[in-house]
Design a protein around this ligand. Structure first.
Ligand code: ZN
Length: 227
């Protein structure tokens, strides 16, 4: 029963994080207007349309009123966050609250980058509990961290990586160390290749990379032992 509670809480928090990201990017407040509306026809959505994951599935991935295609990003992030919360949260504790904060932050960062190609650096603060919650795997030496940071900084200066991506990866370096950060980077690059291949469109110019980084981080956390 507790697992189901954490799954539902994860989906609700992801839904709120996605909504807050889109509203802030539009210059609105996260809590105003009170009820969400369709981005295409501007009709106010009924409560059943707002149920995480289910609202999307019941509508068949299209707006109930204007039949415009809805973004798969929302139900996917809600489902993945619910699954991660279910796997990681063990009890009603401060640790579980910290894990939910980290997961919600990952969705918020991924959403702003996915929809607007930027992140709010202040939101990265939500990732700092990582260092208190998990035991990072890998060798306990620090010099590869400096090497990895130098490489990432070079890529950023050469415009192969965004500044937001560098900030995200630097927070991972500070909280989890170089080994998990290198794993996240590798997995995110593979994911980006798969997404590119599946979409059938070659990418030109800057493309959002935080969604891949956030997903790879979330997957890694599921396999990382708690402190
Ligand atoms: Zn509509």
């Amino acid at each position: 029963m507790l697992k189901l509670y954490f799954f539902l809480l994860g989906t609700i928090l992801a839904s709120f994080a996605g909504l807050a990201a889109v509203r802030l990017g539009n210059g609105q407040r996260p809590w105003s207007p009170g009820r969400s509306y369709c981005d295409h026809c501007r009709r106010q959505l009924a409560p059943w349309q707002l149920i995480p994951v289910c609202g999307y599935l019941i509508q068949g991935g299209r707006c109930h009123y204007c039949h415009a295609r809805l973004s798969i990003f929302y139900p996917l992030s809600e489902l993945l966050t619910g699954g991660a919360a279910l796997a990681l949260c063990q009890s009603l504790s401060l640790d579980s609250a910290g894990i939910l904060l980290v997961l919600t932050t990952l969705v918020f960062l991924a959403s702003t980058d996915h929809f607007y190609q930027f992140i709010y650096p202040v939101a990265l603060a939500g990732l700092f509990p990582l260092g208190l919650l998990f035991t990072p795997p890998g060798p306990k030496v620090s010099w590869p961290a400096a090497l990895l940071f130098s490489l990432l900084l070079s890529f950023t200066v050469l415009h192969s990586l965004g500044w937001g991506d560098l900030e995200f990866l630097t927070v991972l370096l500070l909280t989890l160390g170089w080994y998990p950060t290198a794993l996240v980077l590798l997995a995110a690059c593979l994911l980006a290749l798969v997404v590119n291949f599946a979409s059938g469109r070659p990418r030109h110019g800057p493309a959002p990379f935080i969604p891949e980084l956030a997903l790879a981080t979330g997957v890694l956390l599921v396999f990382m032992p708690p402190i």
